[in-house]
Design a protein around this ligand. Structure first.
Ligand code: PGA
Length: 247
Protein backbone atom coordinates (compact mmCIF):
# COMPACT_ATOMS: atom_id res chain seq x y z
CA UNK A 1 0.00 0.00 0.00
CA UNK A 2 1.42 3.42 -0.95
CA UNK A 3 2.12 5.85 1.88
CA UNK A 4 0.01 8.94 1.24
CA UNK A 5 0.61 12.07 3.34
CA UNK A 6 -2.66 13.19 4.91
CA UNK A 7 -4.38 16.34 3.69
CA UNK A 8 -6.65 18.64 5.68
CA UNK A 9 -8.55 20.91 3.31
CA UNK A 10 -10.89 23.72 4.31
CA UNK A 11 -13.68 24.70 1.94
CA UNK A 12 -14.87 28.17 2.83
CA UNK A 13 -17.69 28.11 0.26
CA UNK A 14 -19.28 31.57 -0.14
CA UNK A 15 -18.04 32.78 3.25
CA UNK A 16 -15.32 35.13 4.52
CA UNK A 17 -14.40 38.47 3.01
CA UNK A 18 -10.82 39.38 2.14
CA UNK A 19 -10.03 40.92 5.51
CA UNK A 20 -11.56 37.94 7.32
CA UNK A 21 -9.58 35.54 5.15
CA UNK A 22 -6.35 37.41 5.79
CA UNK A 23 -7.00 37.40 9.52
CA UNK A 24 -7.66 33.65 9.39
CA UNK A 25 -4.32 33.01 7.64
CA UNK A 26 -2.42 35.24 10.06
CA UNK A 27 -3.87 33.44 13.08
CA UNK A 28 -3.25 30.03 11.53
CA UNK A 29 0.33 30.81 10.60
CA UNK A 30 1.14 32.21 14.01
CA UNK A 31 -0.36 29.18 15.79
CA UNK A 32 1.41 26.76 13.45
CA UNK A 33 4.81 28.32 13.86
CA UNK A 34 7.24 25.99 15.61
CA UNK A 35 4.80 23.05 15.47
CA UNK A 36 5.94 19.70 14.05
CA UNK A 37 3.55 18.98 11.29
CA UNK A 38 3.23 16.14 8.80
CA UNK A 39 -0.15 16.92 7.21
CA UNK A 40 -0.64 19.07 4.13
CA UNK A 41 -3.03 21.99 4.70
CA UNK A 42 -5.19 23.36 1.92
CA UNK A 43 -7.70 26.16 1.93
CA UNK A 44 -10.33 26.81 -0.72
CA UNK A 45 -11.40 30.46 -0.48
CA UNK A 46 -13.57 32.36 -2.92
CA UNK A 47 -11.90 33.45 -6.18
CA UNK A 48 -11.72 37.05 -5.00
CA UNK A 49 -9.44 36.14 -2.09
CA UNK A 50 -7.04 33.81 -3.88
CA UNK A 51 -4.34 36.19 -5.06
CA UNK A 52 -4.05 38.08 -1.78
CA UNK A 53 -4.05 34.91 0.31
CA UNK A 54 -1.47 33.31 -1.97
CA UNK A 55 0.86 36.23 -1.20
CA UNK A 56 0.15 35.75 2.51
CA UNK A 57 0.97 32.03 2.28
CA UNK A 58 4.32 32.36 0.50
CA UNK A 59 6.93 30.34 2.38
CA UNK A 60 4.28 28.49 4.41
CA UNK A 61 2.98 24.95 4.00
CA UNK A 62 -0.54 26.12 3.21
CA UNK A 63 -1.71 25.41 -0.32
CA UNK A 64 -4.68 27.04 -2.03
CA UNK A 65 -7.53 25.51 -3.96
CA UNK A 66 -10.22 27.19 -6.04
CA UNK A 67 -13.79 26.08 -5.45
CA UNK A 68 -14.75 25.84 -9.12
CA UNK A 69 -13.53 26.72 -12.63
CA UNK A 70 -14.77 27.12 -16.16
CA UNK A 71 -14.82 24.07 -18.39
CA UNK A 72 -13.35 26.11 -21.24
CA UNK A 73 -9.79 27.37 -21.47
CA UNK A 74 -10.53 30.99 -22.42
CA UNK A 75 -12.87 33.12 -24.46
CA UNK A 76 -16.27 34.76 -24.44
CA UNK A 77 -17.71 33.20 -21.28
CA UNK A 78 -18.92 36.11 -19.18
CA UNK A 79 -18.71 35.49 -15.47
CA UNK A 80 -16.52 32.40 -15.71
CA UNK A 81 -12.99 31.94 -14.33
CA UNK A 82 -10.41 29.91 -16.22
CA UNK A 83 -7.85 27.51 -14.84
CA UNK A 84 -5.05 29.74 -16.17
CA UNK A 85 -6.49 32.64 -14.13
CA UNK A 86 -6.69 30.49 -11.02
CA UNK A 87 -3.12 29.34 -11.47
CA UNK A 88 -2.05 32.92 -11.98
CA UNK A 89 -3.80 33.88 -8.74
CA UNK A 90 -1.91 31.19 -6.82
CA UNK A 91 -4.22 28.18 -6.70
CA UNK A 92 -2.63 24.76 -7.05
CA UNK A 93 -5.86 22.73 -6.77
CA UNK A 94 -9.46 23.07 -7.92
CA UNK A 95 -12.57 21.48 -6.41
CA UNK A 96 -14.54 19.78 -9.17
CA UNK A 97 -18.06 18.46 -8.71
CA UNK A 98 -18.71 19.54 -5.15
CA UNK A 99 -22.25 18.39 -4.33
CA UNK A 100 -23.42 22.01 -4.11
CA UNK A 101 -22.27 22.49 -7.72
CA UNK A 102 -24.00 19.25 -8.72
CA UNK A 103 -27.24 19.83 -6.81
CA UNK A 104 -27.77 23.60 -6.79
CA UNK A 105 -26.12 24.53 -10.08
CA UNK A 106 -27.02 21.38 -12.00
CA UNK A 107 -23.46 20.41 -12.95
CA UNK A 108 -23.57 16.99 -14.53
CA UNK A 109 -21.02 14.26 -15.10
CA UNK A 110 -20.13 15.27 -18.66
CA UNK A 111 -19.43 18.87 -17.61
CA UNK A 112 -17.42 17.67 -14.60
CA UNK A 113 -15.37 15.39 -16.82
CA UNK A 114 -14.47 18.42 -18.95
CA UNK A 115 -13.57 20.42 -15.85
CA UNK A 116 -11.35 17.65 -14.45
CA UNK A 117 -9.54 17.57 -17.79
CA UNK A 118 -9.16 21.32 -18.14
CA UNK A 119 -7.79 21.58 -14.59
CA UNK A 120 -5.21 18.91 -15.37
CA UNK A 121 -4.19 20.30 -18.73
CA UNK A 122 -3.86 23.71 -17.08
CA UNK A 123 -1.32 22.28 -14.65
CA UNK A 124 -3.46 22.22 -11.48
CA UNK A 125 -4.73 19.25 -9.48
CA UNK A 126 -8.46 18.45 -9.41
CA UNK A 127 -10.08 17.53 -6.11
CA UNK A 128 -12.85 15.47 -7.63
CA UNK A 129 -15.87 15.23 -5.29
CA UNK A 130 -18.38 12.41 -5.23
CA UNK A 131 -21.26 11.64 -2.89
CA UNK A 132 -24.64 9.98 -2.67
CA UNK A 133 -27.90 11.52 -1.41
CA UNK A 134 -29.83 10.17 1.57
CA UNK A 135 -32.44 8.58 -0.71
CA UNK A 136 -29.72 6.84 -2.69
CA UNK A 137 -28.09 5.53 0.51
CA UNK A 138 -31.37 4.38 1.98
CA UNK A 139 -32.22 2.73 -1.33
CA UNK A 140 -29.00 0.71 -1.15
CA UNK A 141 -27.47 2.46 -4.17
CA UNK A 142 -24.61 4.32 -2.52
CA UNK A 143 -21.77 2.21 -3.95
CA UNK A 144 -23.25 2.18 -7.43
CA UNK A 145 -23.79 5.97 -7.42
CA UNK A 146 -20.20 6.61 -6.39
CA UNK A 147 -18.87 4.21 -9.02
CA UNK A 148 -20.95 5.95 -11.69
CA UNK A 149 -19.76 9.41 -10.65
CA UNK A 150 -16.14 8.26 -10.73
CA UNK A 151 -16.51 6.36 -13.99
CA UNK A 152 -18.18 9.25 -15.83
CA UNK A 153 -16.17 12.08 -14.29
CA UNK A 154 -12.76 10.46 -14.63
CA UNK A 155 -13.25 8.76 -17.97
CA UNK A 156 -10.05 9.20 -20.01
CA UNK A 157 -8.61 11.41 -17.30
CA UNK A 158 -5.38 12.63 -18.86
CA UNK A 159 -3.15 13.27 -15.84
CA UNK A 160 -1.72 11.37 -12.92
CA UNK A 161 -2.25 14.00 -10.23
CA UNK A 162 -5.65 13.71 -8.62
CA UNK A 163 -7.38 13.92 -5.27
CA UNK A 164 -10.79 12.37 -4.70
CA UNK A 165 -13.16 13.59 -1.97
CA UNK A 166 -15.98 11.37 -0.74
CA UNK A 167 -18.68 13.68 0.57
CA UNK A 168 -22.01 12.00 1.31
CA UNK A 169 -24.59 14.68 0.51
CA UNK A 170 -26.64 13.81 3.61
CA UNK A 171 -23.64 14.62 5.82
CA UNK A 172 -22.72 18.02 4.33
CA UNK A 173 -23.58 20.90 6.60
CA UNK A 174 -26.07 18.75 8.51
CA UNK A 175 -24.01 17.90 11.58
CA UNK A 176 -24.61 14.26 10.71
CA UNK A 177 -21.25 12.61 10.00
CA UNK A 178 -20.76 9.28 8.27
CA UNK A 179 -19.80 6.62 10.79
CA UNK A 180 -16.16 5.51 10.66
CA UNK A 181 -17.51 2.24 9.23
CA UNK A 182 -19.42 4.07 6.44
CA UNK A 183 -16.31 6.07 5.60
CA UNK A 184 -14.03 3.04 5.72
CA UNK A 185 -16.15 0.89 3.43
CA UNK A 186 -16.77 3.65 0.88
CA UNK A 187 -13.13 4.70 0.82
CA UNK A 188 -12.12 1.07 0.24
CA UNK A 189 -14.62 0.94 -2.63
CA UNK A 190 -13.18 4.14 -4.14
CA UNK A 191 -9.61 2.84 -3.77
CA UNK A 192 -10.57 -0.33 -5.60
CA UNK A 193 -12.04 1.71 -8.43
CA UNK A 194 -8.97 3.97 -8.67
CA UNK A 195 -6.55 1.04 -8.68
CA UNK A 196 -8.51 -0.71 -11.40
CA UNK A 197 -8.73 2.46 -13.49
CA UNK A 198 -5.25 3.94 -13.16
CA UNK A 199 -1.85 2.31 -12.68
CA UNK A 200 -1.14 5.16 -10.23
CA UNK A 201 -4.51 4.73 -8.44
CA UNK A 202 -2.94 3.56 -5.17
CA UNK A 203 -1.32 6.98 -4.76
CA UNK A 204 -4.49 9.08 -5.04
CA UNK A 205 -5.42 10.73 -1.72
CA UNK A 206 -9.06 10.06 -0.82
CA UNK A 207 -10.52 12.69 1.51
CA UNK A 208 -13.67 12.37 3.58
CA UNK A 209 -16.01 15.37 3.82
CA UNK A 210 -19.33 15.94 5.57
CA UNK A 211 -19.58 17.48 9.04
CA UNK A 212 -15.95 16.72 9.86
CA UNK A 213 -15.07 18.61 13.05
CA UNK A 214 -12.54 18.61 15.90
CA UNK A 215 -14.58 16.01 17.82
CA UNK A 216 -14.61 13.39 15.07
CA UNK A 217 -11.48 14.18 13.04
CA UNK A 218 -9.07 11.79 14.77
CA UNK A 219 -11.42 8.83 14.47
CA UNK A 220 -12.13 9.49 10.80
CA UNK A 221 -8.45 10.00 10.01
CA UNK A 222 -7.61 6.70 11.71
CA UNK A 223 -9.66 4.72 9.16
CA UNK A 224 -7.75 2.90 6.45
CA UNK A 225 -7.90 4.73 3.10
CA UNK A 226 -9.11 7.96 4.72
CA UNK A 227 -6.19 10.11 3.60
CA UNK A 228 -7.53 13.39 4.85
CA UNK A 229 -10.60 15.54 5.36
CA UNK A 230 -12.45 18.18 3.35
CA UNK A 231 -13.98 20.45 5.96
CA UNK A 232 -16.68 23.07 5.43
CA UNK A 233 -18.32 24.69 8.47
CA UNK A 234 -15.57 23.77 10.92
CA UNK A 235 -12.94 25.32 8.63
CA UNK A 236 -14.36 28.82 8.99
CA UNK A 237 -12.68 29.34 12.32
CA UNK A 238 -8.87 29.09 12.50
CA UNK A 239 -8.92 27.43 15.92
CA UNK A 240 -11.26 24.65 14.94
CA UNK A 241 -9.43 24.16 11.62
CA UNK A 242 -6.17 23.90 13.52
CA UNK A 243 -7.64 21.41 16.00
CA UNK A 244 -8.68 19.24 13.07
CA UNK A 245 -5.27 19.61 11.45
CA UNK A 246 -3.59 18.51 14.66
CA UNK A 247 -6.12 15.79 15.57
P1 PGA B 1 -19.34 20.56 6.06
O1 PGA B 1 -19.02 20.75 4.50
O2 PGA B 1 -18.04 20.19 6.73
O3 PGA B 1 -19.88 21.88 6.52
O4 PGA B 1 -20.34 19.45 6.17
C1 PGA B 1 -18.13 19.93 3.83
C2 PGA B 1 -18.06 20.31 2.37
O5 PGA B 1 -19.09 20.66 1.79
O6 PGA B 1 -16.97 20.30 1.74
Amino acid sequence: MAVIPQIIAGNWKMNLTLSQGEEFIDILLSKLSGKEFSRQLLLAPNFTLLAALARRCIGSDIGLAAQNCASQEAGAFTGETSVAMLKDAGAAYVLVGHSERRQIFGERDDLLRLKARVVTSGGLVPIFCVGETLDQRQGGQAFEVISDQLRCGLDEFPGSQLIVAYEPVWAIGTGQTATPEDARTMHAHIRKFLEAQFFWGERVPILYGGSAKPENAAELLAQPEVNGLLVGGAALDPDSFLQIALA
